[in-house]
Design a binder for this molecule. Structure first.
Ligand code: NDP
Length: 505
């Protein structure tokens, strides 16, 4: 089904469940709340280019109010027994699943993401609440056997109010990915979604409160990064910051955290190698290579965009991969194609600029490199899947994150060279290794500098596996139990238990 031109509201209301709002306000203290300044900004539907929606333009005044309400929300949240907190999080997961179709529909309209992928993202968001809800009453301390005259024990406590700045490529999953562990550990959340994609983060916060989260425990401030985002990272009430986005903004956020001596975790994207040895199953490798750099129109931080292919099998691999790219259906997100548009005209121009740079630097365009010809897609921000071959790893398109459906085939000779090229990057988020040689798969996986390495697969596992970067891909881990530790601080309590007058040991 194609939404009518400018028909964001009409199309979404057809899905039922969650109506499209005329105006999107902040979500503060358990209720939608207008911005103090009275200012709003508008967005565009990436699939059609039509304007839609009015979104509260947050500033420091709104942020302050949200952080104050979050402090009250955190007290109420912590007053509940841990098991009861876990039960609320499980109730949230059920509510998300109940509204899965409606949330996915809104996500696709707002971001341009293909509907099938939005459905997966909403399910993943539910899984974050389920997974972390399950550990809310299992955040254990330790007894430390240091002295016979003392009882020494360590407990894990929440920070208080945590700030979460999330990007536009997977809004509802990233909202769940941050809020899940933060809430499970007993914190309250203030979140700023990217200005391009605010809708599902706001609806998620509403669902959380309706499912039993105390008002104030999950707040959302919409607005611009330099205004609302910056105000959030510098607010005096924030005790921990989690950021996902570009390296450049990540550095700014880390500096803001340093000024306030607040812990920060940053997930900053990548330029992940997808290494194909000539003994690999080339059909599977080509099929997963398509997923690696085309999924979500390439707007995935762990996208496998550097296709390192052993020289002898480059022609066979490229032939298979181009056949795979022929199959990619591109269209409006809500029509459920394989991929939708990129998120904005600005992002499309950025991707197209990189395609021009690739040509100018001497890489050979083997596929795509243009806007789709279908006249129905003229208004949206589409980029056809694009493949460069004969790419040198030193080229700009092999070194910089493009965040569009653009892959680069980089030939290598032997294992040593593959590892050297794989690691010759400022990033280190993810990597794929394709080989039938078991010993080599472990050897290479062990030598690649990346937070996650997949062997004969790509991005197969979601919520449970720790995820995060080496090098400029960031610091700290999202997902899995590892994420939980970033949302607690330890306190050691030492109690003298020896009778009065006894000497300490
Ligand atoms: P940014 O890193 O600028 O944006 C990410 C988030 O940070 C958004 O919510 C943004 O708000 C916010 N933000 C921006 N400036 C500040 C600030 N000074 N203080 C606090 N928060 C701030 O990414 P862009 O949207 O500009 O995308 C540019 C490139 O970044 C992409 O092409 C891609 O290469 C990379 N990127 C990587 C992502 C990843 O998952 N690792 C995700 C998104 C982008 P607002 O949207 O209002 O500016």
């Amino acid at each position: 089904m194609t939404p009518a031109s400018g028909g964001f509201a009409a199309a979404a209301s057809k899905e039922g469940g969650i109506p499209v709002r005329e105006r999107y306000e902040h979500f503060i203290g358990g209720a939608f709340s207008p911005p103090a300044s009275g200012r709003y900004f508008s967005n565009h539907d990436p699939s059609t280019g039509e304007p839609f929606g009015a979104f509260a333009r947050g500033d420091a005044v709104d942020v302050r109010r949200a952080v104050e309400d979050a402090a009250a929300g955190q007290s109420a949240w912590m007053a509940m027994r841990p098991a009861a907190r876990g039960q609320v999080m499980l109730a949230i997961a059920s509510r998300i699943r109940r509204d899965l179709d409606a949330l996915a529909w809104l996500e696709s309209l707002d971001s341009g993401k293909a509907l099938w992928l939005s459905r997966l993202d909403v399910e993943t968001c539910a899984r974050y609440f389920e997974y972390f809800g399950g550990v809310a009453d299992k955040i254990l301390g330790e007894v430390i056997p240091a002295s016979n005259e003392h009882l020494m024990y360590m407990v894990r406590e929440p920070f208080g109010v945590t700030a979460h700045i999330i990007p536009w490529n997977a809004p509802i999953t990233q909202a769940g990915r941050g809020a899940g562990p933060a809430l499970a550990a007993g914190n309250a959340v203030v979140m700023k979604p990217a200005e391009e994609t605010c809708v599902t983060t706001l609806e998620l916060a509403r669902i959380c409160v309706e499912a039993g989260l105390p008002p104030g425990a999950f707040n959302v401030i919409t607005g611009y990064g330099e205004e609302a985002g910056q105000a959030l990272t510098s607010d005096a009430g924030i005790r921990k910051i989690a950021f996902t986005g570009s390296v450049e903004t990540g550095r700014r956020v880390m500096k803001a955290a340093a000024d306030r001596v607040v812990p920060v975790t940053v997930e900053l994207g990548g330029k992940s190698p997808f290494v194909v040895f000539d003994d690999a199953d080339l059909d599977s490798a080509a099929s997963l290579a398509r997923k690696a750099f085309v999924l979500n129109a390439g707007q995935i931080c762990s996208a496998g965009t550097r296709l390192l292919v052993q020289r002898r099998c480059v022609p066979a691999f490229v032939e298979r991969l181009t056949r795979e790219l022929d199959k990619v259906r591109i269209g409006p997100g809500v029509e459920d194609p394989d991929i939708g548009p990129v998120v904005s005209e600005q992002q499309r121009q950025r991707v197209e600029r990189y395609i021009e740079i690739g040509r100018a630097e001497g890489a050979r365009l083997a596929y795509g490199g243009y806007r789709p010809a279908d006249s129905r897609l003229r208004g949206g921000y589409y980029v056809a899947p694009t493949l460069f071959v004969d790419v040198a790893n030193s080229m700009t398109i092999a070194q910089e994150e493009i965040f569009g459906p653009v892959g680069c085939v980089i030939p290598f000779g032997d294992e040593e060279e593959a590892v050297r090229i794989a690691n010759d990057t400022q990033y280190g988020l993810a990597a794929g290794v394709w080989t039938r040689d078991v010993a080599r798969s472990h050897r290479v996986a062990g030598r690649i500098q990346a937070g996650q390495v997949y062997v004969n697969d790509y991005q197969p596992i979601g919520v449970e596996a720790p995820f995060g970067g080496y090098k400029n891909s960031g610091y700290g881990r999202e997902k899995g139990l590892e994420a939980l530790h970033h949302y607690t601080q330890t306190k050691t309590i030492i109690v003298r238990t020896a009778p009065d007058g006894a000497t300490a040991g």
